[in-house]
Design a protein around this ligand. Structure first.
Ligand SMILES: Nc1ncnc2c1ncn2[C@@H]1O[C@H](COP(=O)(O)OP(=O)(O)OP(=O)(O)O)[C@@H](O)[C@H]1O
Ligand SMILES: [Mg+2]
Length: 309
């Protein structure tokens, strides 16, 4: 990304999607560079899936332009489809076929057949840790295995770009970690990943850069660390007033010039490292400090919590 000459592999310009009177995506701009994991972080209804559906040319663009690998998605949808692998929010695996057959059948849509398809399926099953399940029925797989199989399927065509809509939603922590490891390996192997998520931890762990979306708009963009520094500061103080002292504690903080936000029974104040000294001795409250996260960024940008949606 330091090379400013490299063209983006995905580029959206004033991209808009209306459903009748409803504006689902409100003229967004973003660029994804080759080889990065680029995230779209936002709550339900932010417009993540809608944007991805336009990229996969499943859903027509209302206005604006969209390019993949220099190709205009509206003008050359077939060529674009050959370059991307899509993992949708719902798996779409064929329950009548076993694990291996799901991969082979998918590859056939892209004219990959015979030995090439079989070799590729074997390679992908191994990569995604499913080689011991190649003959299993889909119904016999765990949620994590199904997700890994949908990743394997998307990779059957050796796509330059992979679009992942919420790769780990609904998975238990162990399966999620496994999917994260594999996404990192995919990136290390040179693929570009565009992924959506509403888990701030997933975005923080995986994404090189991300956009924070809400209600069809991009609110901010950058690396996870830069976003935290810009919108929250490195430290978050979680202040829990003693019984009956909520108002007094709040006004004490406000008189220090702090922006106080409610978070459940606690108040939070964001800021730089100096916060520790400034707020260490607040009367009638317990103060705890922690590292700020993208959750704090979202709270500061919208006044709402990401996970509440
Ligand atoms: N076919 C449709 N017709 C009308 N409105 C739609 C349609 N598809 C999506 N929307 C609306 O567009 C908005 C954006 O939806 P989208 O599915 O892109 O959100 P999202 O960010 O993917 O959310 P989630 O985290 O729930 O998957 C929502 O308000 C949704 O109700
Ligand atoms: Mg979605």
């Amino acid at each position: 990304m330091s090379d400013t000459q490299t063209p983006p592999i995905i580029k959206a310009v004033a991209l808009r999607k209306d459903y009748g009177e409803f504006h689902a995506v409100k003229g967004i701009d973003f660029e994804v560079m080759p080889g990065e994991i680029f995230g779209m972080l936002g709550p339900n209804g932010a417009g993540k899936t809608t944007t991805m559906r336009m990229l996969s040319s499943i859903s027509p663009i209302t206005s604006g332009r969209l390019f993949v690998d220099g190709l205009d998605v509206e003008k050359e949808p077939r060529k674009v489809r050959d370059r991307i692998g899509v993992v949708a929010q719902h798996d779409g695996l064929d329950p009548d076929l076993n694990v291996r057959q799901n991969l082979i059948t998918y590859a056939r849509y892209f004219s990959i057949t015979g030995k090439a398809a079989q070799d590729r399926a074997r390679e992908m099953l191994e990569f995604f840790g499913l080689d011991h399940r190649s003959g299993s029925g889909i119904h016999a797989l765990s949620g994590g295995m199904k997700r890994r199989l949908t990743l394997a399927r998307a990779f059957m065509t050796r796509p330059k770009v992979v679009i992942l809509d919420e790769p780990s939603t609904g998975l238990d922590p162990q399966s999620r970690n496994r999917v994260w490891e594999q996404l990192n390996r995919i990136r290390d192997a040179g693929a570009t990943i565009l992924m959506s998520t509403h888990y701030m931890e997933e975005a923080a762990q995986l994404c090189d850069r991300l956009v924070i979306m809400d209600n069809g708009e991009i609110l901010s963009r950058g690396t996870p660390d830069d976003l935290v520094m810009e919108h929250a500061g490195s430290l978050t103080a979680v202040i829990r007033p003693n019984n009956g002292n909520g108002l007094a504690v709040r006004s004490a903080l406000e008189s220090m010039g702090k922006v106080v936000r409610d978070r459940g029974a606690s108040m939070v104040v964001h800021g730089p490292e100096q916060l520790r000294g400034e707020l260490g001795q607040i009367d009638n409250a317990t103060v705890r400090f922690r590292i700020s996260t993208l959750e704090d960024v979202f709270l500061n940008l919208t006044g709402r919590e990401l996970r509440d949606e």
